[in-house]
Design a protein around this ligand. Structure first.
Ligand code: MG
Length: 387
């Protein structure tokens, strides 16, 4: 189909239609000049947690280099990939965009290292999980509106943000947790955003890994998926080399993944003879790569885990990050009076209680990398400059 014609396509019957939505927790007047999901997207872009993404680690800590991905640029890349897929499948682009932009709002500073450390600290108080925290940010922590806490987003946006959830947590969440208990699927838009996330980070981590020098081209060429596209680039542009050859290779990898995902998912949707979102929820996951492509993607993921995420220089930053988060938590939990007033729940003697622990986790999770580093310095360094 002519790509321009895609713009004029109506939503498929199995797409999320805002008119058939389960709506918002607090009823509001419908927006006059945009769709309900556009309104969600706009609220997300304007919220504080979204701006903080600029200074939160994806793999490399923000100050390690100006050209690496941050959680903000990652989220924008996810939204771009997800929208392309959604348009081709006649799904709701506004919804996939909203989910994609919000999916990482609950991340701690220092990426997964920060989350693991905070989860350990919170063991006696229900743990810490970034997906659940993203939902908590949009449901409770953002304070911008007169009538409600949070952003009061549509059910389908919140459902897409909560990608994973333990059964114990699901039971506490009411309708948004139901699907984990009943083993149902979320909307196709949520499924698209989930896989767009994977496409984005696998490829930009290759790009950032090579840029940083932690990965080499010799290593990358041992991965079939990379080598195939790299050979194609060499055939088209003999001797190109350098950043351009890397970019030409990575863009082909992204394109191959997106194209495969669209074709495979389209076929699965056709085979399932879907007529509505309800049928989507009861069907098996329908947004998927072909078996061959899923295998390639898994190999790439494993390669990145072994060679980039566990590179000794990354490990050094990870170890520091865990220490900073654990020490901040221990310090606030022993002396909640050191917290900013908004996070102090109360009377002497509440130290160690779960609500106070959760408020400490909220405070730490909201920090950017550099804020956490500075806060750690302010609390632990004793010299004239840091009192
Ligand atoms: Mg992500």
């Amino acid at each position: 189909m002519n790509p321009e014609a895609l713009l004029a396509q109506p939503l498929a019957p199995y797409a999320a239609h805002s008119g058939l939505s389960r709506g918002r927790l607090f009823e509001e007047t419908p927006p006059s000049a945009r769709s309900e999901f556009q309104r969600d997207r706009d609220r997300i872009i304007h919220c504080t947690a979204f701006r903080r993404l600029e200074y939160k680690t994806q793999v490399f800590v923000n100050h390690e280099g100006d050209l690496f991905r941050t959680r903000l640029t990652h989220s924008i890349e996810v939204a771009q990939i997800a929208r392309s897929i959604a348009r081709n499948l006649q799904l709701n682009e506004d919804l996939v965009e909203a989910i994609s932009l919000a999916h990482d709002l609950g991340h701690t500073p220092f990426g997964h290292a920060g989350q693991d450390a905070l989860n350990d600290c919170m063991e006696a108080h229900g743990g810490f999980e970034h997906n659940l925290q993203s939902l908590r940010v949009v449901d409770k922590l953002e304070q911008r509106y007169g009538a409600f806490d949070g952003l009061n987003l549509m059910f389908e946006t919140r459902e897409g943000i909560l990608k994973h959830c333990s059964l114990a947590n699901a039971r506490k969440l009411g309708d948004i947790g139901e699907r984990f208990i009943q083993r149902k699927q979320p909307s196709l838009e949520a499924q698209v955003a989930n896989l767009a996330d994977e496409i984005a980070y696998n490829n930009h981590d290759v790009d950032d890994g090579l840029r940083s020098g932690l990965l080499t081209l010799e290593q990358m060429n041992q991965i079939d998926f990379y080598a195939t596209h790299s050979r194609e680039v060499e055939r088209l542009y003999p001797g190109l080399g350098g950043r351009r050859a890397i970019n030409e290779t990575v863009r082909r990898m992204i394109n191959a993944l997106i194209t495969d995902l669209i074709q495979t998912s389209q076929q699965r949707i056709l085979d399932a003879r879907l007529q509505s979102v309800d049928e989507v929820r009861n069907a098996p996951p329908l947004i998927a790569f072909s078996d061959g492509m899923a295998q390639q993607a898994a190999l790439l993921k494993r390669f990145l885990r072994e060679n980039l995420y566990r590179h000794y220089l990354v490990n050094r930053m990870t170890a520091k990050a865990r220490r900073i988060v654990a020490e901040l938590y221990a310090c606030f939990s022993a002396e909640p009076t050191l917290l900013p007033p908004d996070y102090q729940l109360g009377q002497p003697g509440t130290a160690g209680a779960s609500p106070q622990a959760r408020a400490i986790a909220d405070y730490i999770a909201g920090m950017t990398d550099r804020y956490a580093i500075r806060e750690h310095r302010r609390l632990f360094l004793v010299d004239e400059g840091h009192l």
